[in-house]
Design a protein around this ligand. Structure first.
Ligand code: CTP
Length: 416
């Protein structure tokens, strides 16, 4: 935990900057998540933020006085102290105007002064209309802030104020909170954007192989681990494509999501996205078999006929295809997942080692699913195997925690 504060309060000190956009109301939920999980939060709104949500709300939710100006509380030199004592500054929503002022080092109000004095990690969660986000001026400001080490979360895609739709929505408070707590817990604050400049592909979810228009063969994969891998990679600076099979989870901010149904769609989408990337993580559970024929009409029960027999065809192995297509540079780094159970012939890790040899991927993340654990859970526990390095045990933690360890291992591969 970074420790820039000198006060006796050992809680992590978070500054929540709020600038003047309609999404300011969502910052109340973010504030509540911080305070309820034991953070000390100082809210620093801009004057225009107060036109959307007033001082009384921020003071009541944070339990602390709130000011906007460098001329308030002058005797305690608040314009310097607030930033100096922070362990994390997060600005949500960050408007185009706030990003511009921050990029140019302005310090006309308490929030921008705080951004100049803070030496802790800084996270911006922009929210604005699509045109403003896409304008070269805003993009240049974002680039400037990122080049100085700030984490600028890409806005979510969706319905904006009014009738328009596009990139510009504030990501969900739960996601901003998850990114902020990740940043607070990562020991090396300088490494929080260590995937910057990398392009990666993650697959998630379980494929569905239809017998007819309404029935399919599927599996229990929830997609949560794959979504966490994509969200964490984006938060660490990567350009991420998530190929998602039959998952209705919220789309992670800043991630390009390609929705697929069958193994055929998934194989095509992964192969297309994997062109010239640095890593592919196959967290999806693709079907190993599909019905040889898909009926055009719903298969009807018939009293005088026995139940229809299913004929299955083996599907293509996407991961094996990526391994085979790889050149001498051994890029992309290829990561497989294996949900295993022990049986009378071998234990979980023995089965997994055999799979790693057979699949010839770089890393295999092994989950013990004996007893139905993992599928749909929010937590996970794993062991990461590789052909040429020691096993890496991943202790029980959130699927985001597990995702961080997987990316740490991928980063090591890029380094060697
Ligand atoms: N995989 C794949 N294409 C398939 C099946 C699996 O790319 N048709 C990938 C999965 O996404 C995972 C890894 O291969 O990353 C291991 O999947 P798993 O189902 O455990 O492997 P299988 O080779 O199908 O072995 P098993 O017989 O144990 O199911």
């Amino acid at each position: 935990m970074p420790g820039n504060h000198t006060s006796a309060d050992s809680r992590p000190h978070v500054v929540l900057g709020v600038s003047g956009g309609i999404a300011a109301y969502k910052a109340c939920e973010l504030l509540r998540r911080f305070t309820e999980s034991g953070h000390d939060v100082t809210v620093v709104p801009t004057e225009s933020a107060l036109r959307f949500v007033g001082v009384a709300t921020w003071e009541a939710l944070s339990g602390k006085p709130v000011s906007t100006s460098v001329f308030d509380d002058v005797s305690s030199v608040a314009h310097v102290r607030v930033g100096q004592q922070a362990d994390l500054v997060v600005v949500a929503p960050a408007t185009a105007d706030l990003l511009a002022r921050a990029a140019h080092g302005q310090a006309g109000d308490l929030l921008t002064a705080t951004l100049l004095t803070a030496r802790c990690p800084v996270v911006f969660a922009p929210a604005m209309h699509t045109e403003m986000w896409e304008h070269p001026a805003t993009q240049a400001n974002v680039e400037t802030l990122r080049s100085r080490g700030a984490l600028v979360i890409a806005p979510a895609y969706g319905r904006l104020t009014g009738a328009d739709t596009g990139p510009g929505r504030l990501p969900e408070p739960a996601e901003i909170f998850a990114i902020c707590t990740d940043v607070l817990h990562r020991a090396d604050a300088a490494a929080i954007l260590d995937l910057t400049g990398r392009r990666v592909v993650v697959s998630a979810g379980g494929t569905r192989e239809h017998l007819d228009p309404v029935r399919f063969l599927g599996n229990s994969s929830s997609g949560k681990q794959g979504y966490a891998l994509a969200a964490v990679a984006a938060a660490r600076g990567a350009e991420v494509t998530l190929v998602a099979a039959n998952s209705a989870l919220p789309e992670p901010a800043g991630v390009k999501v390609v929705h697929v149904v069958s193994i055929h769609d998934l194989a095509g989408a992964v192969q297309e996205a994997a062109h010239d990337v640095d890593a592919v993580v196959m967290a999806a559970a693709p079907a190993d078999f599909r019905p040889t024929e898909r009926q055009a009409h719903k298969i009807k029960k018939q009293a005088d006929r026995a139940a229809p027999e299913l004929t299955l065809t083996e599907t293509e192995d996407v991961l094996a295809g990526l391994v085979a297509a790889r050149g001498a540079d051994r890029l992309p780094v290829l990561v497989g997942f294996a949900a295993e159970t022990g049986d009378s012939t071998a234990g979980v890790l023995e089965h997994a080692r055999e799979k790693l040899q057979r699949k010839r991927c770089d890393l295999l993340v092994v989950n013990d699913v004996g007893g139905g654990a993992v599928f749909g859970d929010d937590d996970n526990q794993a062991v990461i195997l590789s052909a040429d390095a020691a096993d890496v045990p991943v202790p029980r933690g959130s699927k985001r925690d597990v995702a961080h360890v997987v990316w740490d291992q991928v980063v090591l591969r890029w380094g060697s």
